[in-house]
Write a protein that binds this ligand. Structure first.
Ligand SMILES: CC(C)(COP(=O)(O)OP(=O)(O)OC[C@H]1O[C@@H](n2cnc3c(N)ncnc32)[C@H](O)[C@@H]1OP(=O)(O)O)[C@@H](O)C(=O)NCCC(=O)NCCS
Length: 332
């Protein structure tokens, strides 16, 4: 029987207009452009400003752009998955809000929470629905409004994150392209190093939690860094090995944009040179579930049919993973 694969057949993205530069951060916390640039590779990030503007705004704009570019009828979308840790509300799912806003009236939709690995988890989940023959059009969105959970008095964390979202359309193909393989991992022991202390059911919001500034990202940066470097590189090497991917036949490494030094470590582990790494961390910082689809959106024109892409991520949970994608189209 011919194998049905899930091909990425369209991409959309959106970043808000407001640019938060390292220079502006210098006026907010004790830091310097030089420190941020050398430790992370980030120069600026985008921030979604304004009242009542949730992550759905980012997702809606990204999906609308994809629909416009691919000219699909939104009524044909079967399923929309939104990977995010900054949902508009605890419930309903942000995916529901996005699906309705873009006219995907026949889709069912739900959120996935896997922090910076969220897009890879959602992509693999969406692909399985296509591969099984169950659905024909699945939209996978990854995005976060990290500024909503950022403590702009904590210099170790606020310099890293930004807001943005990207999405892909998945459709069936019998060609030898699409989502070829994936390895996904999680380890709940990572909880202590990267989490938000309050606002969930364990510790609901109260005057005390607000006074203790517990509604922001808590991160032990150097511990997270050590786990990220090892795990993202390990899983990338593993997926490369079992698919005979080498520095010679990988067209692009598409790494989660958390820290340029973590990306460099992953690239060197699989022998990838700088010219084959997609990067936009300097402009957007870490947009959590948004980084990988935003890279595909930013560099769509460079990607050619048949290109081998290695997507890799690491994030809170801990969660991490790598996905091997064979690109399915050329952009005119
Ligand atoms: C956060 C991170 C950039 C910090 O870099 P680092 O090299 O580990 O720095 P450290 O935390 O060891 O701190 C080194 C020094 O810089 C200081 N420092 C921290 N943030 C600073 C800032 N923004 N500006 C200036 N100095 C800063 C620290 O206070 C510390 O000072 P000390 O030596 O006097 O105590 C880095 O650990 C990192 O990227 N971690 C992974 C984060 C990540 O990927 N998170 C998302 C999950 S996907």
């Amino acid at each position: 029987m011919t194998k049905i694969r899930a091909a990425i057949t369209g991409v959309g993205g959106y970043v808000p207009d407001y640019v938060l530069t390292n220079q502006e951060l210098e006026t907010m916390v004790e830091t310097s452009d030089e420190w941020i640039t050398t430790r992370t590779g980030i120069k600026e990030r985008r921030i979604l400003k304004g009242e009542n503007q949730g992550v759905s705004v980012l997702g809606i704009n990204a999906v609308k752009e994809m629909i416009e570019k691919t000219k699909i009828d939104p009524k044909e979308i079967d399923l929309l998955i939104f990977a995010t840790v900054t949902a508009d509300m605890t419930f309903p799912a942000t995916a529901n809000i996005v699906a309705t806003a873009v006219g995907a009236v026949n889709a069912f939709s739900y959120d996935i929470s896997a922090a910076c690995s969220g897009f890879l988890f959602a992509l693999t989940t969406g692909a399985s629905f296509i591969e099984s023959g169950m659905y024909k059009k699945v939209v996978v969105v990854g995005g976060d409004k990290m500024s909503a959970i950022m403590d702009y008095t904590d210099r170790t964390t606020c310099i890293i994150f930004g807001d943005g979202a990207g999405c892909v359309l998945l459709e069936p193909t019998v060609e030898d392209v699409g989502i070829m393989d994936s390895i996904l991992k999680s380890d709940g022991a990572g909880e202590s190093y990267l989490h938000m202390k309050a606002g969930g059911s364990r510790k609901p919001a109260s005057h005390e939690t607000i006074n203790a500034r517990q509604h922001y990202v808590y991160q032990e940066g150097s511990a997270v860094y050590k786990f990220a470097v090892t795990n993202m590189a390990d899983v990338s090497a593993q997926i490369a090995e079992r698919n005979n991917l080498t520095s010679g036949n990988i067209a692009w490494l598409v790494p989660h944009q958390a820290n340029k030094r973590i990306i460099d470590a992953t690239a060197s582990r699989i022998g990838i040179t700088e010219d084959k790494i997609l990067m936009n961390i300097d402009r957007y910082g870490n947009t959590t579930a948004g980084t990988i689809p935003l890279l595909l959106w930013d560099y769509e024109k460079k990607l050619k049919k048949g290109d081998n892409l290695l997507l890799a991520a690491f994030g809170g949970g801990f969660t991490w993973g790598a996905v091997y994608v064979k690109w399915a189209y050329n952009t005119k």
